[in-house]
Design a protein around this ligand. Structure first.
Ligand code: NDP
Length: 458
């Protein structure tokens, strides 16, 4: 059974829990990409000219249509991405909520009036044109919507390339957009290979901005290609987020294994570096051993399952490469094939600068490392090229604020493992990315600001 498609003209979508073929989808080539972008250029002009209230109304109708198909979208996400059915329902709901949030933004995308001697400046937020969005496989629906919803609300057209392993929910969303009454070609989905469709989209002269979510390695290439054309780019890249646990913390909550096991660890915000004050290190090992030993891994459609499979054999091989069979540390259990299964794992014997402790594994694997004091905790928290997310656990408010200020990461939580809310800005420091998505400024990221000076001279 192929893990990924073997030719460049089709994508074979496998169910990660069973390895059954879910669908075969034609892959767009460079010529298809060019045609899609040209259609988008024409469609965008009319979309941008529509009254903001009309764009908002259509996006709300799109949200309602997603809501009416929530279960269908969730089931599709389970089959193509192996997500737990409860999580997949949440993800479809997140698309709906994002569309509603962005729709409101369309009606509030106001400029400013700035007085000047002899006249007035008037600023406008104009749409960019056609936005190219390249999405990953780990959260196919929400991440597709993170860029698409505000870009459309601001008057842009979107051409979205989903990951080749997970094109189905994105294709269905494009159909639902048409059902909701969005004009043709304002939102197009182009399934294809990153090296063909992704590159063609990034390089296309009529794509005004690229939003990329995925690995730092590919993000670097996308940025170089954008640089050649001085094209703006937003990058949401990898993470290796710390979970900093001081001895005074609520250890039960702080050491919740789902802080790194959610989505089988295929989460750029996963707290995969558990940094524990040395006085509670042994207790942490005992708690994590019990906790991951109790995690139910299996069929994502069973509501009792707590962790599903990895996305693909390639990802399974990648995780295995990082975790040697005899590496010390507690393990949970996982089914044996078919499907791409790996047990919940905590590594206790890793040096702080080992590859497993520093590189993004993107599987259900965390490293546990001791620290001595606050300064040591901050040093360790920052000891990776990444800076996306992280948690700080302590009952000392002053220490929580000092450590939050010191750690170089875009999204931190104190006494919580939450990272992403569509109404707050999200993005990374260091090699975790460039720019911000979501939050109140999400729409302006898809506009150019124009200033017009109006003379009042008689
Ligand atoms: P990639 O970064 O290669 O893929 C992300 C998206 O970019 C996919 O749609 C992919 O298409 C596309 N793409 C690939 N190459 C190019 C290119 N040259 N130009 C434009 N687009 C391209 O991630 P992988 O799927 O290979 O995953 C590898 C690792 O990346 C993971 O193990 C994980 O560490 C990390 N990752 C991190 C994510 C995050 O959210 N931070 C998300 C996904 C991965 P295609 O699917 O066809 O390859």
């Amino acid at each position: 059974m192929p893990d990924r498609c073997v030719d460049t003209t089709t994508l074979t979508v496998l169910n990660p829990a069973t390895e059954d073929v879910v669908a075969t989808v034609p892959a767009a080539d460079a010529a298809d990409t060019d045609r899609a972008v040209r259609r988008a250029v024409t469609a965008q002009r009319a979309w941008a000219a529509a009254a903001p209230a009309d764009r908002a109304r259509l996006l709300r109708r799109f949200a309602d249509t997603v809501d009416a198909h929530l279960e269908e979208l969730a089931q599709l996400e389970v089959r193509e991405a192996g997500h737990l059915v409860g999580n997949a329902r949440w993800e479809a709901g997140n698309v709906r909520d994002l569309l509603l949030y962005a729709a409101g933004g369309a009606e509030r995308l106001n400029g400013a009036q700035i007085p000047a001697p002899g006249g007035w400046n008037i600023t406008f937020h104009e749409p960019l044109g056609v936005v190219g969005i390249i999405a990953p496989w780990n959260f196919p629906m929400p991440i597709a919507a993170w860029g698409t919803a505000p870009a459309l609300a601001a008057g842009n057209a979107v051409v979205l390339k989903p990951a080749e392993t997970t094109p189905l929910t994105a294709l269905r969303l494009a159909e639902l957009a048409l059902d909701a009454g969005l004009p043709e070609h304002v939102f197009q989905v182009l399934p294809g290979h990153g090296s063909v469709t992704g590159r063609a989209l990034v390089d296309h002269p009529d794509v005004a901005k690229v939003v990329f979510t995925g690995s730092t390695r590919t993000g670097r290439e996308v940025m170089e290609r954008c640089a050649a054309r001085v094209k703006p780019v937003t990058l949401e890249l990898g993470g290796k987020s710390p979970n900093v646990v001081f001895a005074d913390a609520d250890l039960g909550r702080a050491l919740d294994p789902f802080s790194f096991l959610d989505n089988s660890g295929q989460d750029c915000c996963a707290r995969t570096r558990i940094l524990v004050q040395e006085s509670v290190y042994e207790e942490a090992v005992a708690r994590l051993t019990d906790a991951i030993g109790a995690v139910v891994v299996g069929d994502p459609l069973d509501e009792k399952t707590q962790m599903g499979p990895l996305i693909s054999r390639r990802q399974l091989d990648r995780v295995r490469h990082f975790v040697k069979d005899d590496a010390p540390g507690p393990r949970g259990t996982a089914p044996t094939g078919p499907g791409f299964w790996f047990p919940p794992t905590v590594l206790t014997g890793e040096a702080a600068d080992s590859r497993a402790a520093v590189e993004e594994i993107f599987g259900p694997v965390a490293v546990l490392l001791p620290f001595t004091d606050e300064a040591d905790a901050v040093r360790l928290a920052d000891a990776t090229p990444y800076g996306l997310s992280g948690s700080i656990w302590t009952r000392d408010v002053g220490r929580a604020l000092r450590v939050s200020a010191a750690v170089r990461a875009g999204n931190l939580s104190v006494n919580s493992h939450s990272s992403v809310r569509y109404w707050t800005p999200f993005g990374g420091f260091k090699q975790s990315g460039l720019g911000r998505e979501l939050g109140p400024d999400a729409l302006t990221a898809f506009t150019e600001t124009k200033n017009v000076f109006l003379s009042t001279e008689a």
